[in-house]
Write a protein that binds this ligand. Structure first.
Ligand code: SF4
Length: 235
């Protein structure tokens, strides 16, 4: 059933502003209010047909702002139910690869090209991506990433406007206006063909190294090893 209310109130929680000098705290509080307003506008958006079939508008998870932004194509069934991106099997694999590289939700922001689930998990259309673009652009300005990881061919096409095959361009940096953009395979593709795992792993490693080279993360104190499972084992 369609709902205007976020199922996860966490989604609009402002960033922490405690323990900051007064001026910085005021700026952060102002940004937090603006972010809450932004998420509310996403929740109320009906700018394309996807707005009428969604359960939840799926805006983000992770940190705000963040040096790394991960962009997928659109929410799937689980994401639609929970109101958060990449929380299904693909998200579990993605988190496994990120965490093995020392990357946590405190350092990254996860979102999609379109914020509402395309029925039947189809790809979002050109028109739907276009309709959602102003919200995506606004979100990008809030996040202020330096490095962007594009997950899959659709995210690559709608983010860059290019139509090369993802297997051809993955693993190659695109530098644009001071941003570093890495296209990679969608984790769902790797779940279907585990022989591709070393490729997405190599791309996540390259992203980690780029963040370190830019001085945005401290160097890792261990050599990351590619995890073999599909999700992080619980203790
Ligand atoms: S997909 Fe984007 S443009 Fe379409 S209804 Fe959802 S938030 Fe609005």
């Amino acid at each position: 059933m369609m709902s205007d209310k976020p199922s996860n109130p966490d989604r609009v929680q402002p960033p922490q502003v405690a323990d900051q000098p007064a001026a910085a705290a005021q700026t952060a509080a102002c940004e937090a209010a603006n972010w809450g307003d932004f998420v509310q506008r996403c929740d109320n958006c009906r700018n394309c047909d996807l707005g009428s079939s969604r359960t939840n508008c799926v805006v983000w998870r992770g940190a705000l702002p963040a040096p790394l932004m991960l962009v997928g194509e659109g929410p799937g069934a689980q994401e639609d139910l929970e109101g958060k991106p990449f929380v299904g099997q693909s998200g579990q694999l993605l988190d496994l690869l990120l965490q093995a590289n020392g990357l946590t939700e405190q350092q990254l922001h996860v979102c999609n090209i379109v914020k509402c689930r395309p029925p039947g998990n189809r790809q979002p259309s050109e028109e739907e991506a276009q309709a959602c673009r102003p919200l995506f652009r606004e979100q990008f300005l809030f996040v202020r990433p330096k490095v962007i990881l594009l997950l899959g061919a659709t995210a690559y096409r709608y983010f860059t406007g290019r139509r090369d095959g993802i297997t051809k361009v993955r693993g190659q940096w695109i530098e644009n206006n001071g941003y570093f953009i890495m296209p990679t395979l969608h984790p769902a593709y790797v779940l279907r063909d585990n022989r591709q795992r070393d490729k997405i792993w190599a791309d996540v490693c390259a992203v980690r190294l780029k963040l370190e080279a830019l001085g945005l993360l401290e160097p890792l104190q261990f050599v990351p090893a590619m995890p073999q499972g599909r999700k992080k084992e619980s203790n």
